[in-house]
Design a protein around this ligand. Structure first.
Ligand code: AHG
Ligand code: MN
Ligand code: MN
Length: 338
């Protein structure tokens, strides 16, 4: 009988565990807990229009931005899930000024630290537009058995051992990499499982979508202004003019471009010389996924993954997507290509 042949996230993680150089099962348990938290957050996100969850939580996060209730909820859920995994000794979150360390005997022995933007695109929550969760996992550098320290979180993106996101969109997906390709799982809500739906995602080398908040164009560097002009020119051979698509949730903009080919740019502006997006829990995980899918991520001059972080909530200009498109922006920025 021909049935519904599925592979769940849990099955896939276990199957892939042997591929992983330091496979001990610890890391699989950690990823499993992320999947569980994602399902809980998804449930809440789906109900956002129904229950008393809309609106501001009345607090301001460390970036000085208003926190929505769902940000607080997602942050809490993930922290609890990570804590109970026993594999994680500390968390850095967009929502918390300082690192959070897990300090009982079992937790201090955890080998991993976790960085996250628990709810990305939060301005889109109350208008029913896609939002996401971004995460990144590192092996700690401080000794096991001790409290996690800030240095554990200030590692270059090249040291990530896993990264991913959950997109709460027309369907909910979890997309992750451990450095051996990018895999996507779609939540089948009828059975409550993430099921493998996108095996070995590769992004096109060229795309025809550009994603940028064009309202800020007056404040962009000249190279970016010129690149936008290039996107808008007509040229049949290179599929131009490109389509402008900007959701305002990094996860959703990136996810679309990953699958279709395209470029996402959040540059520095006159008023924000480092751009807006955060290196550790927004740009690094997305850059890792992009590279694993054959794409590229830069701040205009340096590979995102090679930037040595100096502080937890550091911002960087961010250009990510199809390789040839990112190369093109770089040449506009650095060689003044017209
Ligand atoms: P967050 O909701 O976690 O604060 O992130 C919002 C980010 C990102 O998702 C998005 O790409 C960008 O802010 C949009 O910023 P603008 O509104 O300035 O375009
Ligand atoms: Mn964000
Ligand atoms: Mn956020």
């Amino acid at each position: 009988m021909k049935g519904y042949k599925i592979k769940t996230l849990t099955q896939f993680i276990i199957e892939r565990q042997a591929d992983f150089p330091f496979a001990t099962g610890e890391f699989s348990r950690l990823l499993y807990q992320v999947g569980v938290a994602a399902k809980v957050i998804n449930k809440k996100v789906n109900k956002a229009g129904l229950v008393d969850i809309l609106g501001e939580a009345g607090e301001v996060n460390v970036q000085g931005e208003e926190q929505k209730k769902l940000d607080v909820f997602a942050n809490y859920q993930l922290i609890q899930a990570l804590k109970s995994s026993g594999e994680c000794c500390g968390v850095a979150s967009e929502e918390d000024q300082e690192i959070i360390t897990f300090d009982n005997d079992l937790e201090r022995d955890g080998n991993y630290i976790f960085c996250m933007d628990p709810l990305d695109g939060s301005s889109n929550i109350d208008v029913n537009v896609s939002i996401g969760t971004i995460f990144s996992i590192y092996r700690r550098i401080s000794p096991r058995g001790e409290k996690a320290v800030l240095e554990d979180f200030l590692q270059e993106g090249t040291k990530q051992i896993a990264a991913g996101y959950i997109i709460y969109g027309s369907s909910t997906m979890l997309v992750y990499t451990t450095g051996r390709g990018v895999f996507g799982f779609t939540l089948d809500s009828s059975i409550g499982e993430f099921c493998l739906s996108h095996m070995g995602i590769q992004t096109p080398e060229n795309g025809a979508i550009y994603s940028i908040n064009e309202g800020n164009i007056g404040k962009f560097p000249d190279g970016v202004k010129k690149y936008i002009g290039y996107c808008q020119e007509t040229d049949k051979e290179t599929n131009r003019p490109y389509s402008g698509r900007y959701i305002g949730s990094l996860v959703a903009d990136f996810h679309r471009n990953l699958l279709k080919g395209g470029i996402f740019i959040y540059p520095q502006t006159a008023s924000a010389p480092n751009g807006k997006l955060r290196l550790i829990y927004e740009c690094n995980p997305i850059a890792f996924l992009a590279e694993q899918a054959g794409g590229k991520a830069t701040n205009g001059t340096e590979r995102i993954l090679e930037i040595k972080p100096h502080s937890l909530h550091q911002r960087v200009p961010f250009i990510v997507g199809s390789k040839n498109m990112v190369d093109k922006v770089e040449s506009f920025l650095n060689n003044g290509e017209e």
